[in-house]
Every structure is written in structure tokens, then in C-alpha cells.
Unconditional design. Structure first.
Length: 197
């Protein structure tokens, strides 16, 4: 038993994936994906996020698909996947990513925060260290990715480059622990720089 656990510990190596999403490497092939019949979407703008096999507690566990809203306009879903690399299976987690390259004349505008505070019982995972793509133009500002609550589970939203609005700095998305032990999402936004106040 100790030898098996040691072997699994060696094989569960974190892997930096393209786009900055971290995966794991194991030597056990995933089962064949299950066929799902998505229910009717709650509204036309919802996107179906298919289910997939995840590695949890030293075994494969099926996570069912669900409908979700993109965290902001202009984002597309990059589905999770398993890849065979040299006999080992590497997992790349699903995430939301910008659909297009940033425009140097346009500052990213996040959607307005919800009217009611976004509060959940579950702590978000630790932030992912993203691998930034090359800076697309001089003066571009990097907006860190963040964990988005889909209503079912946390999903990573990839970071992006943006032109900054003149006289503003970016305040990142974050999850704050409240006194009642729950977690509240503070949405990212452009904030006037010191000189504008």
C-alpha cells in the first residue's frame, strides 16, 4: 500500500498548461467520456459545459455537465481535456478565455456586479499562476484571471491584456472571507488612480 501511494505521489505532478491552466500527470488512462443529454437551457445566452472525468482522491470521478453564463461578454469556454503525453495522461482544466486579441483602442469593461452580493459556502481554490501570452501592444495592462462561481462549482476565468483607460488602475477580482465564514466575491473594476482623486 505504501509503495502504491508513493508511486501515485510521484505521478501526480503539477503541469503548466498552455494558457496558464495547471494540470496533473498520472499514468492511468481516463474512462471513456459519458454521453450526456443536456436539459433545456434556462435562457438562450447560457452555454453548456460538458461533464468530464476528474482525478479526485486517487480515482476518477465524473463531474456532470451544467449550463452556465459566460462571466463577461467576449468569453468562450475552453473545455477540459486529457492528453496522452509519452504514456502519461495529462489533464488540462476547462476555463473561460477571451475570444479575441485585445484592441489597443479599447479598455476591457467588466460586466456590472450583481445587485445582490455573490456569497458562497465553499472556499475558492488557490489562484492559478497563469502563463501570460506576449504583451500585444505597448502600454497594455495584464488583468489577472480569477475563480468564477458557476452556480455549481468554481471555474477559472483566464486573464487578459487590455488597454487601460486614461487615469485608471485595475483593481483585481477577489474572494473575501466574511465573519460568518462564507465567501463573498468582489468584482474587478477600473479605479481612479491617485492623481485623479
Amino acid at each position: 500500500m505504501k509503495k502504491t501511494l508513493l508511486l501515485l505521489a510521484v505521478l501526480l505532478t503539477p503541469v503548466a498548461a498552455p494558457g496558464g491552466v495547471v494540470g496533473i500527470r498520472i499514468n492511468i488512462a481516463p474512462p471513456v467520456p459519458r454521453m450526456e443529454s443536456p436539459p433545456v437551457p434556462p435562457a438562450p445566452q447560457y452555454v453548456w459545459l460538458p461533464g468530464y472525468w476528474a482525478w479526485r482522491g486517487n480515482k476518477y470521478v465524473w463531474l456532470e455537465g451544467h449550463w452556465a453564463l459566460a462571466p463577461a461578454p467576449g468569453y468562450v469556454w475552453e473545455p477540459p481535456r486529457w492528453e496522452n503525453q509519452g504514456g502519461a495522461w495529462v489533464f488540462y482544466d476547462g476555463h473561460w478565455r477571451p475570444a479575441a486579441q485585445p484592441d489597443p483602442g479599447y479598455a476591457y469593461q467588466p460586466p456590472p456586479p450583481p445587485v445582490q452580493p455573490e456569497v458562497v459556502e465553499t472556499a475558492p481554490p488557490p489562484p492559478i499562476e497563469e502563463i501570460r501570452p506576449p504583451i500585444p501592444f505597448a502600454g497594455a495592462v495584464w488583468i489577472d484571471g480569477y475563480w468564477h462561481w458557476s452556480g455549481v462549482r468554481f471555474i477559472w476565468v483566464g486573464g487578459r491584456w487590455s488597454a487601460p483607460p486614461s487615469g485608471y488602475v485595475w483593481r483585481p477580482y477577489r474572494w473575501d472571507r466574511r465573519e460568518d465564514g462564507r465567501w463573498q466575491h468582489e468584482h474587478g473594476h477600473w479605479h481612479p488612480s491617485e492623481g485623479r482623486r
